[in-house]
Design a protein around this ligand. Sequence first.
Ligand SMILES: Cc1cc2nc3c(=O)[nH]c(=O)nc-3n(C[C@H](O)[C@H](O)[C@H](O)COP(=O)(O)OP(=O)(O)OC[C@H]3O[C@@H](n4cnc5c(N)ncnc54)[C@H](O)[C@@H]3O)c2cc1C
Ligand code: FES
Length: 297
Amino acid sequence: MNKAIKITEVSPIIKVRSYRCHVTQNKWVNSRYKHLCLTSENIDFASMTQAGQFYQLKCPQTNDLNPFLLRPMSVYSLGASQNNQDKNQIEFLYNVMGLGTQALSSLVIDAPMDIVGPLGNSFYFKPSFKKILLIVRGVGLATLAPLLKQAYQHNIGINVIMSARHQDDLMQDQFLQGIDLNESYAKMHLNVHCLYDSDGSSSMETLETLVSHILKTNTIDALYTCGSERILMLLQKLLINYPDICAEVALEQRMACGMGVCLSCVKLFRTQDGETKFRRICRDGPIFPISEVAYFG
Ligand SMILES: Cc1cc2nc3c(=O)[nH]c(=O)nc-3n(C[C@H](O)[C@H](O)[C@H](O)COP(=O)(O)OP(=O)(O)OC[C@H]3O[C@@H](n4cnc5c(N)ncnc54)[C@H](O)[C@@H]3O)c2cc1C
Ligand code: FES
């Protein structure tokens, strides 16, 4: 199993609390996903939030929809990480599915919106990394997008494998937002592979061949992925031969409190001495070493 590397702790100075924001944008990016931008005067979200962390969103009450629990959403982008330097801005990319996200999708410009955070831990990342590999499936790209930008800003070589049902679902532009693909560094050091269910190219066999090839032909310092259990199982198998790669996964789970109290988000993990142990995705994660995930099926 790949070496477990200490997960970065959330800075103790940052206080988790509720922030009153206002909607500056809430627009469809395709038939299933919306891009929500919020701003809160005098709140420097960019400085207090790290890649991989999430906020709990208080969804609005509408005539038909009355969501009760807050919904956890990864931070997709922070104003200062784009070129506009708007540190008061925080952005989310969300799949419109059930009660809460349908209510979210009804938010109009200037509507008030409360969010709680920043919550959870962040990815282990070193500016001295030379090359990283990101394997992204579905809306997990929202969680990995700030990390991609961070790596790009530090001139790290980036291999990306994006997988989706079909081209419209891939959201490649959303994932690579803020990166100038014509810029010489991106041309030389950013490799993006796109795989689709619609043409069979996202099969586990194809993915295994591609990941194995990248691992064999590159010296990868760190590998990051998000939620898909099948991809996670494949990576656990492949990474046995690469114990020095820092390999992490951002996990998703139904949540209630989002702060480690209610225990509704626990999952089984392996400890370094071979035992298994329940951990809270919201408080101990959502980022975990890939080798430690022990629940499947
Ligand atoms: C850390 C994290 C980051 C995420 N980031 C993103 C993201 O960036 N974009 C995105 O689209 N999605 C993200 N998700 C998933 C997102 O939270 C869910 O898709 C969303 O909550 C679904 O809400 P809904 O109202 O559409 O669905 P519904 O099914 O109507 O409601 C689901 C909600 O009900 C509650 N609930 C249901 N069952 C249980 C249970 N057994 N125990 C406790 N509570 C329960 C939870 O609050 C849950 O959020 C993330 C999830 C996590 C945990
Ligand atoms: S959601 Fe309550 S402990 Fe994780």
